[in-house]
Write a protein that binds this ligand. Structure first.
Ligand code: ACM
Length: 274
């Protein structure tokens, strides 16, 4: 990895898809003007986070207006745009999908959320699988100057997936996500910092801004954690762009001091598992 600047755009999401798309574009342009080379959007940035709405807001890769905006903007701004997530239609299925575009507007990668958010919390039941299908691929994006692993929200609770991405050589784990007012205070910082410390990589998580009138209230507090586990940037609850310089030397230094990846005992784990 080369040193590079990454921005997370914490933006509000409304019921107006057209507004959401142009609002995201404005925010990405602002981040690029501030010098960002990698820009990250939140989970479901073009659609309210309500499972029953996903199919009607969904679009296909080939015809989607959100996808077209992201490709055009990445090209014009000469950036890598990790496009949060949108409901993606493919045949009979809808997925929670992150499309990433490169500086020539080319598609660098597509992550379909692997672990769907089917949970039963106090006063909050969510069943993504009622309208979404699960992804089944590991998503590593080679942006040239850095390697990015993508997971979406609930995926972060599965350390096995993060470890596979890290073994594939990523420098930064990018996580568009929409925790809520129950899981956010309890686990947002904890899970993001844990994945960074486990794997000695940067973690950048992008949340929608909080809207207390929404059916599902996103936590906010988009965050970037360094490979030591220090929080190097953290948004509040409103709209905000946070920006961080990612430094490969920081990864080397932490891995040099605590050689976790080289001290793994995969031979022993295989024996124990049998
Ligand atoms: C989540 O997976 N949206 C929490």
């Amino acid at each position: 990895m080369d040193k590079c600047k990454l921005a997370v755009c914490q933006i509000k999401v409304t019921s107006d898809k057209g507004f959401n798309i142009s609002h995201a574009e404005d925010s990405v342009r602002r981040a690029a003007r501030q010098g960002a080379q990698v820009v990250v959007l939140p989970e479901m940035f073009n659609c309210p986070y309500e499972t029953h709405l996903f199919p009607s807001y969904a679009e296909s890769y080939s015809k989607g207006e959100t996808v077209q905006m992201m490709s055009r903007v990445a090209d014009q701004l000469d950036i890598v745009l990790v496009g949060g997530s949108i409901p993606e239609r493919d045949g009979d299925f809808v997925y929670n999908t992150c499309f990433t575009f490169g500086p020539r507007g080319d598609l660098l990668g597509r992550h379909r959320k692997v672990h769907l958010f089917d949970v039963d919390l106090p006063n909050l039941k969510v069943q993504e699988s009622s309208t979404l299908g699960p992804g089944n691929e590991l998503t590593v994006i080679d942006a040239g100057f850095c390697k990015i692993g993508v997971m979406i929200c609930f995926d972060v609770r599965f350390p096995e997936l993060a470890r596979l991405l890290v073994l594939a050589g990523i420098d930064v784990l990018v996580i568009p996500a929409a925790f809520n007012l129950i899981t956010g205070p309890a686990h947002w910082d904890l899970t993001m910092r844990a994945r960074a410390v486990d794997n000695q990589v940067y973690v950048a998580a992008a949340s929608p801004a909080r809207d207390d009138r929404a059916d599902y209230v996103a936590y906010g507090h988009s965050i970037v954690v360094d490979p030591w586990g220090d929080v190097v940037a953290r948004a509040g609850t409103g709209e905000e762009i946070i920006m961080v310089e990612l430094d490969p030397e920081k990864i080397r230094e932490v891995r040099g001091r605590l050689p976790l990846l080289t001290q793994r005992r995969t031979d022993l784990y295989e024996i124990i598992r049998k």
